[in-house]
Write a protein that binds this ligand. Structure first.
Ligand code: HEC
Length: 191
C-alpha cells in the first residue's frame, strides 16, 4: 500500500488524487531516437538537393545495365547492316525506346509522331535518304540547330542505337501524327 501512496502526486482536486505513472525510460529512449532519426532523415533526403532518390537510383542502375549491354555489343558502326540488325533485337529496342523517351520525345512525341520536331513514323524525311543519314542527323543535328547535335551527349553506340530505333519507328502508327515533311524516300533495305 505504501508504494502506491509513494506514486500519488501531491495535489488534490475535489478529493480526487492522481497517480504519477511516468512512461518508462526505455520508451523515452525510443521516442528521442526516432525524433533524432527523423531530423537527420529530413535533412538528408528532403533538405538536400543532391541526395539520392529512387529515380536517381533507377537511372544509375539502368546506366550500369546499359553499359553491360553495350559492352557486350562492342563498338557499333553506323552501317545499314548494323542499323537494320539492331531493329530486330527486342531488348535493345527497349533500351532505345527508353533513351528516346528521355531525350527525343519532347520534340518528336512519345511515339515519334512529331510535336515541334518532325514526324519520324512516315515515309517522308527532310534530311534523310538512307539509314546512315539517320545516324548523321542524330550526330550532327539539322535544321540549323532546331534538331540538336547529340555527338557530345550520346556515345557512338548510343547514337547508332538511336538511328536504329528511329528506323524502327518508320511505318508505325503514332496517336496524333504530324503532317509529312520533306520528300518520300524508298523503304529501308531489308538486309
Ligand atoms: C529540341 C527539339 C528536338 C529534339 C530534342 C530532338 N529533335 Fe530530332 N528534329 C527536330 C527538328 C525540328 C527536326 C527537323 C529539322 C529540319 O527541319 O531539318 C528534327 C529532325 C530529326 C531527324 C531527321 C528527320 C527528317 O525528316 O529529316 C531525325 C532522324 C531526328 N530528328 C531524330 C532525333 C532523335 C533520335 C532525337 C533524340 C536523341 C531527337 N531527334 C531529338 C527537333 C528535335
Amino acid at each position: 500500500m505504501s508504494t502506491v501512496k509513494d506514486h500519488l502526486s501531491d495535489h488534490e482536486y475535489d478529493g480526487i488524487r492522481e497517480y504519477d505513472n511516468p512512461t518508462p525510460g526505455w520508451w523515452h529512449v525510443i521516442f528521442i531516437a526516432t525524433a533524432v532519426f527523423a531530423f537527420f532523415y529530413f535533412v538528408y533526403y528532403d533538405a538536400n538537393p543532391d541526395s539520392a532518390t529512387i529515380w536517381t537510383e533507377l537511372a544509375r542502375r539502368q546506366n550500369v545495365e546499359n553499359k553491360k549491354i553495350f559492352g557486350a555489343l562492342g563498338d557499333l558502326e553506323p552501317t545499314p547492316a548494323t542499323i537494320m540488325k539492331l531493329t530486330s533485337d527486342q531488348k535493345l529496342m527497349g533500351v532505345g525506346q527508353g533513351q528516346f523517351l528521355a531525350t527525343c520525345a519532347q520534340c518528336h512525341g512519345k511515339d515519334g509522331g512529331g510535336v515541334n520536331g518532325v514526324n519520324l513514323c512516315d515515309d517522308s524525311y527532310k534530311n534523310v535518304k538512307s539509314l546512315e543519314d539517320l545516324y548523321t542527323v542524330i550526330t550532327e543535328g539539322a535544321g540549323a540547330g532546331a534538331m540538336p547535335a547529340w555527338k557530345t551527349s550520346l556515345s557512338k553506340n548510343e547514337r547508332v542505337l538511336m538511328a536504329s530505333y528511329v528506323a524502327s519507328l518508320r511505318g508505325t502508327k503514332p496517336a496524333s501524327p504530324k503532317a509529312p515533311e520533306g520528300t518520300p524516300i524508298p523503304p529501308w533495305p531489308s538486309n
